[in-house]
Design a protein around this ligand. Structure first.
Ligand code: SAH
Length: 350
């Protein structure tokens, strides 16, 4: 099988080219075609000789992602994309436009095996991991299709990035390499459900990316009801791993907390959250749960979410309610992909 050339870091590509007997500067040119000019074929690489292009063609493939669907929100300009991969699996990605720049939310796996109760991405289980090239590919395609530069990247789409650790790390190195798109590490956020050993490993990688922890419950008991992974790594351990990440990297942790009416939005929950947040240098992001049709979780009213927020603010906690983007399109994680899967199934059954 041909090798996936877009999955190599700059150093790895240099080694590959050396093995092919090519000069070192060739790898800079090729890397630039792949990760700056976002070429989808070797033919486009016009400053390489024809024999070299043919040699590359024989050994490697680029594997562009194919856009299957694009939904554009009329409310806030959010774009939701469905991309098809080489083996016909599909992933979704989102482009959000903020005042401070364009942000892209990417998927890290096809499906997910973490089983969080309120999440649509996990319902069909995990299909497979995404390669580093399929992760950068989502950003590259969005940049090409929209014609706009991407400034921030959040790994908050389908999948658990730390369950696909090696590819995720390659992805970060490629994305933030000065020879490539050169996105600042500080503009990259990775969200995890709390895989403790991987958080500690990530803390040691000498990176400056932001870690967001999906908290969702402020006690062990509540958290494990919503997130099965909490049975494996308890709340105390997860918080200690976050503290370790902060100590090692100096990066402030973000806690994500999906507000679910009647489940985790009472005054008592706010009190437990205050106990977690107030001794820490952190940012708390409240996300009114996005209802999915497979479950009956309900969003709290705007008023009650505001009240919850005010309660935390009184204690000096840095807290925001996440603005809902693209609510007129299939906004919540995994919804567009599930709709597509259902359409395919219906077609097969006819
Ligand atoms: N696996 C990673 C990334 C997943 S999605 C993680 O668990 O963090 C990013 C965030 O969206 C997570 O905090 C996740 O718990 C949350 N999320 C998933 N489905 C949601 C929904 N229906 N409503 C609100 N938040 C949701």
């Amino acid at each position: 099988m041909k090798k996936d050339i877009r999955s190599y870091t700059f150093e790895e590509l240099q080694n590959e080219m050396e093995l092919l007997g090519e000069k070192k500067f060739r790898s800079s040119q090729i890397y630039e075609w792949l990760h700056v000019k976002l070429a989808d074929s070797f033919e486009e690489m016009t400053n390489l000789s024809k024999p070299l292009r043919e040699k590359l063609e024989a050994e490697y493939t680029i594997w562009p992602l194919e856009m299957l669907e694009r939904q554009v929100s009329e409310l806030d300009g959010t774009n939701k994309f469905l991309f098809q991969l080489q083996d016909d699996h599909v992933v979704e990605s989102v482009l959000m436009r903020y005042k401070h720049g364009n942000s892209v939310c990417i998927s890290s796996q096809v499906g997910c095996r973490m089983g969080c109760r309120f999440c649509a991405s996990t319902i069909g289980g995990l299909e497979r991991n995404l390669s580093a090239s399929e992760m950068v590919g989502q950003i590259y395609q969005i940049q090409k299709i929209s014609g706009e530069r991407v400034h921030n990247v959040v790994v908050m789409g389908t999948g658990e990035p730390l369950d696909n650790y090696d590819n995720f790390l390659e992805f970060i190195r490629i994305l933030t390499d000065e020879h490539g798109l050169n996105i600042s590490q500080r503009n990259v956020t990775v969200s995890t459900c709390g895989i403790v050993p991987r958080i500690k490993e990530l803390a040691k990688e000498n990176l400056q990316i932001t870690l967001a922890l999906s908290l969702h419950g402020a006690t062990q008991e509540k958290r494990q009801k919503l997130m099965p992974v909490a049975k494996q790594y308890n709340l105390q351990e997860v918080l200690e791993a976050c503290d370790f990440y902060f100590r090692e990297t100096g990066r402030r942790i973000t806690f994500e907390y999906s507000l679910v009416a009647g489940v985790n939005d009472a005054a008592e929950d706010a009190k437990e959250l205050i106990a977690i947040c107030s001794p820490r240098n952190c940012h708390l992001n409240l996300i009114p749960v996005n209802p999915i049709k497979e479950r009956d979780f309900v969003q709290p009213s705007r008023q009650s979410a505001e009240k919850f927020k005010k309660n935390l603010e009184k204690y000096g906690i840095n807290v925001t309610i996440r603005r809902e983007m693209g609510s007129d399109i299939d906004g919540a994680c995994g919804q567009l992909r599930r709709k597509h899967a259902k359409k395919q199934k219906d077609k097969e059954e006819i």
